[in-house]
Design a protein around this ligand. Structure first.
Ligand code: CP
Ligand code: NVA
Length: 303
């Protein structure tokens, strides 16, 4: 049976830990994996722009001996041209896997239903699983133990915070999400993550109060306006500015690391001072996107 990677929601803690170990191995002993995808072709379908995801998949697949075909659905005028189910079934005629960055999670589910090959979520409205895996790989490298690790995401409750929360809950981390009132993660998403903490020993805290960041080892933020959200920045800036990730906030929390999935908006959700400081894990996260994704591809397609 083919396996898709849409959310990580159905992964167990041992499975995720094994995947992180594999990612570390891919990173440290790349020569062992040079031929894992030899003769395999993967299609990457993007409905939205991307720097990190596109390039890290393309170069990563190349390093595993495989080949990637990039499809920009807007430039190629593919959007709305045919039913998603038909598109998925067609792509599966030639490709060994489909990587897709889409507006709606439902599009991924349709692709997964129609295609007899694995589908990998490269970001949708609800999740960014590849990002979360790279983030926990970075945290593991930087701090060692993930179980009980206190980290705080500050900003907009979005796809990145959802995946950080869900994967963290499975791994047993102490994940705190602090947002302005009205920008909290969806209750359903929080419940889904909380259910996993019963077994993992992790915890999920949702708050509007920055005091929740105190005692955390790492602070994380993301853009206040995700791709596809046309709200004028001026309209939300006042609400979000008190939640900016800056040096006084970092010092107050006692954290020793700052994270951001990027693209970062300097001096909006995070200060330049922090991005350019020794506290920054931003480029470790970016580098680890490739290793994390390669581990995913090896686990889905390796044999
Ligand atoms: N973090 C991330 O997914 O970056 P891109 O949007 O550039 O792919
Ligand atoms: N939340 C952001 C993440 C970008 C990598 C977005 O969806 O645009």
């Amino acid at each position: 049976m083919k396996q898709d990677l849409l959310t990580f929601a159905d992964w167990s803690q041992p499975e995720l830990n094994a995947l992180l170990e594999l990612a570390l191995k891919v990173k440290t002993t790349p020569a062992e994996f040079q031929q894992v995808l030899a003769g395999k072709s993967l299609v990457a379908l993007f409905e939205k722009p991307s720097l990190r995801t596109r390039v890290s998949f393309d170069i990563g697949i190349n390093r595993l001996g495989g080949h990637m075909v990039y499809l920009d659905s807007q430039a190629g005028k593919l959007a709305g041209r045919e039913d998603t189910l038909d598109m998925g079934a067609n792509l599966a005629c030639w490709a060994d896997a489909i990587i897709a960055r889409v507006y709606s999670h439902k599009t991924l589910e349709d692709l997964a239903t129609a295609a007899r090959v694995p589908v990998v979520n490269a970001l949708c409205d609800l999740y960014h699983p590849c990002q979360a895996l790279a983030d926990y790989l970075s945290l593991k490298e930087h701090f060692g133990e993930l179980k009980g690790l206190p980290l705080c995401y500050i900003g907009d409750g979005n796809n990145v915070s959802n995946s950080l929360m869900l994967v963290g809950a499975i791994l047993g981390a102490d994940v705190r999400i602090v947002t302005p009132a009205g920008y909290e993660p969806d209750k359903e998403m929080v419940d889904k993550a909380r259910q996993r903490t019963a077994q993992s020993g992790g915890s999920i805290t949702i708050s509007n109060d920055l005091a929740a960041a105190e005692g955390c080892k790492a602070l994380y933020t993301d853009t206040w306006l995700s791709m596809g959200d046309d709200t004028p920045l001026e309209q939300i800036k006042e609400v979000f500015m008190p939640y900016q990730l800056n040096m006084p906030l970092l010092k107050k929390s006692g954290a020793s690391a700052v994270m951001h999935c990027q693209p970062a908006h300097r001096d909006l959700e995070i200060t330049s001072e922090l991005i350019d400081s020794d506290y920054s894990l931003l480029f470790l996260q970016a580098e680890n996107r490739m290793h994390a994704q390669n581990a995913i591809l090896i686990s889905l397609l390796g044999q």
